[in-house]
Ligand binder design. Structure first.
Ligand SMILES: [Cu+2]
Length: 188
């Protein structure tokens, strides 16, 4: 019978936890720790998606082998034509472009595209370190932060980059390769 009671207690534990989620912690609710990690991580991190739509064959031919590792997409000459016409290429962007955050949260930027990008906090938006893309996007001057990049600032396809929010105010993030890729974060 003792074993039966233990099994019942285990089976009921999730419901007991849900039922007293707002109650103060008491010695009768140890399973609280079991649900803390998921709840805490959803509050402490904010996801940003990094997107592009490069076509491997034409980007590798124009820029160099391994430039683009996704499949399908926009050919390099059309990318240049769009950039020339609009000073940006919409498929290359951060999502969301604007959002709110709180001090203590961490932004987790995931590269879902096929090219390398950066998610670099800058004082003011400006040019990156690729003069050709700076010129076509109308950002002639490279910002200081893009001149001081370190190896782990580069976000390769399929990987993430984390940025901690430690101060209130407006925070600006951009790609130091494609300077029109930007997010503005309002931190309270
Ligand atoms: Cu980029």
């Amino acid at each position: 019978m003792a074993r039966f009671h233990t099994l019942v207690a285990v089976a009921l534990a999730p419901f007991l936890v849900l039922g007293c989620a707002d109650a103060p912690t008491t010695p009768l609710s140890p399973p609280l720790s079991a649900r803390a990690p998921a709840a805490a991580s959803s509050r402490s991190t904010i996801a940003v998606q990094i997107h592009d739509a490069c076509d491997p064959a034409s980007f590798d031919a124009a820029v160099g082998p391994g430039t683009c590792v996704r499949s399908g997409g926009m050919k390099f000459d059309r990318f240049v034509a769009e950039l020339t016409k609009h000073q940006e290429v919409g498929a290359w962007h951060f999502a969301p472009p604007t959002f709110n955050a709180s001090v203590g949260q961490t932004i987790v930027a995931r590269n879902n595209g096929g090219e390398v990008h950066t998610f670099t906090e800058v004082k003011e938006f400006g040019g990156g370190f690729v003069p050709f893309l700076n010129d076509l996007s109308g950002n002639p001057d490279e910002v200081a932060e893009c001149k001081a990049l370190e190896p782990d600032d580069f976000v390769t396809p399929g990987t993430t980059y984390q940025a901690s929010i430690s101060l209130p105010g407006t925070h600006k993030f951009q790609c130091c390769i494609h300077p029109w890729m930007r997010s503005v974060v309002s931190v309270n």
